[in-house]
Design a protein around this ligand. Structure first.
Ligand code: SF4
Length: 374
């Protein structure tokens, strides 16, 4: 089931500016450009539009640095005309820069950031939720529950098309209540029904942004794209650095594990209770090390309060949301760093701020030793 051919009309400019990716926002943005006499050349160069470009750059950088999404909270005052213009045109500027890069990976990363931001915003937006949902789904029904949060129902055809792209038991049709062709998006995984539905809508937003950007890139000639070359160069440089930093850590040997990870694994294995920080760290670190959810779950199997269902659910949350493991200072504060100065020369390094750095350093060392021996 595709997106509605005729999305509901939206007359609220603040809403159109906040959700710049909405199909209805295209007309609003075009009008904004016309009314303010702004050409694309001005959007790229004019001094008076620097704030807009700068907001666009921030959105781009955030989507690159935080795969899990851009900060949904903006300090831009959308009740003012300038605020609305900044928000709407910064989205356009960021999209043009990404399209002008013709870099598929950068495009995918930006779209992931923007659609995650939309997911967060929408999940909190009681007032506008239905109209935005109706712009992306073929229908939505709200079941009001007295004294509690509403439960949303969506057409089975939308659910079936979108759910395979999301991991976790919640998203299997067999686990969803269904009635007369409608699927109940009950609260779950620590989220309200609205937040769960927003997660599903995120997939439609992503799909729609891919279509919009592909069309733009098809129409974009070299001369037009060259106007964005400075911004493209900067963002591609940053993106390459980030991709390098996120290179998957493969096949970490136990001797390479940082002491904090080793401690959490061995304490749980011995049936010692590990605090909340330690458990979240263990699961997130294990994910970053490339372990499967089943492998991560096995670390918890001797925990004194082990419950397979609860642990699987919590681990799934961490994997689905791509939690980043705690850094050294948080682990020290949470009493999860076992080393004292002098115990471990790598942990003593001034630059040692994160257990993933420890692991990378160990793996680099192994790699270099292998080269020397071969
Ligand atoms: S210094 Fe950092 S990497 Fe080393 S054990 Fe402590 S928390 Fe882990």
């Amino acid at each position: 089931m595709p997106m509605p051919l005729e999305p509901p009309k939206i007359g609220d400019d603040m809403l159109l500016a906040r959700y710049g990716f909405l199909p209805q926002s295209t007309h609003y943005v075009r009008e904004l450009l016309l009314k303010n006499d702004i050409t694309i050349e001005q959007l790229i160069n004019a001094a008076w539009l620097e704030d807009i470009r700068s907001r666009g750059r921030i959105r781009l950088v955030e989507s690159i640095l935080h795969k899990g999404g851009i900060d949904a909270v903006t300090n831009i005052d959308l009740s003012t005309d300038i605020g609305k213009m900044t928000e709407a045109l910064s989205f356009l500027h960021a999209m043009l820069v990404v399209c002008a890069s013709f870099d598929e990976r950068l495009l995918a990363r930006w779209i992931e950031g923007e659609s995650s931001r939309a997911d967060q915003l929408l999940g909190m937006d009681k007032e506008n939720f239905l109209i935005v949902a109706n712009s992306y789904l073929s229908g939505i029904r709200e079941e009001e529950i007295p004294g509690s949060e509403s439960i949303f129902w969506i057409p089975m055809s939308d659910f079936i098309e979108l759910c395979p792209r999301i991991s976790g038991d919640y998203w299997r049709l067999i686990n969803r209540p269904v009635k007369d062709g409608w699927v109940s998006m009950t609260a779950g995984v620590g989220e309200t029904s609205r937040q769960r539905t927003a997660r599903l809508i995120k997939e439609r937003i992503r799909e729609n942004l891919i279509d919009i950007c592909s069309q733009r890139m098809e129409k974009m000639d070299d001369e037009f794209a060259a106007q964005f070359s400075d911004s493209v160069e900067r963002i591609i440089g940053l993106f390459s650095e980030q991709v390098h930093a996120e290179m998957p850590i493969s096949a970490a040997k136990r001797t390479e594990w940082p002491p904090c990870f080793e401690l959490a694994v061995s304490e749980l294995n011995q049936g010692i209770n590990v605090n909340h920080t330690g458990r979240v760290f263990l699961a997130a670190m294990s994910r970053s090390m490339g372990h499967s959810q089943e492998e991560t779950l096995s670390f918890f199997s001797n925990a004194p309060d082990y419950n397979a269902d609860t642990s699987s659910y919590q681990i799934n949350q961490i994997y689905e949301r791509e939690y980043t493991p705690h850094g050294c200072s948080a682990l020290k504060t949470g009493a999860r760093c076992p080393v004292q100065r002098g115990d471990n020369s790598l942990c003593d390094q001034d630059w040692m701020s994160h257990p993933l750095k420890y692991l990378r350093a160990k793996q680099r060392q192994r790699h270099n030793e292998n080269i020397i021996e071969s």
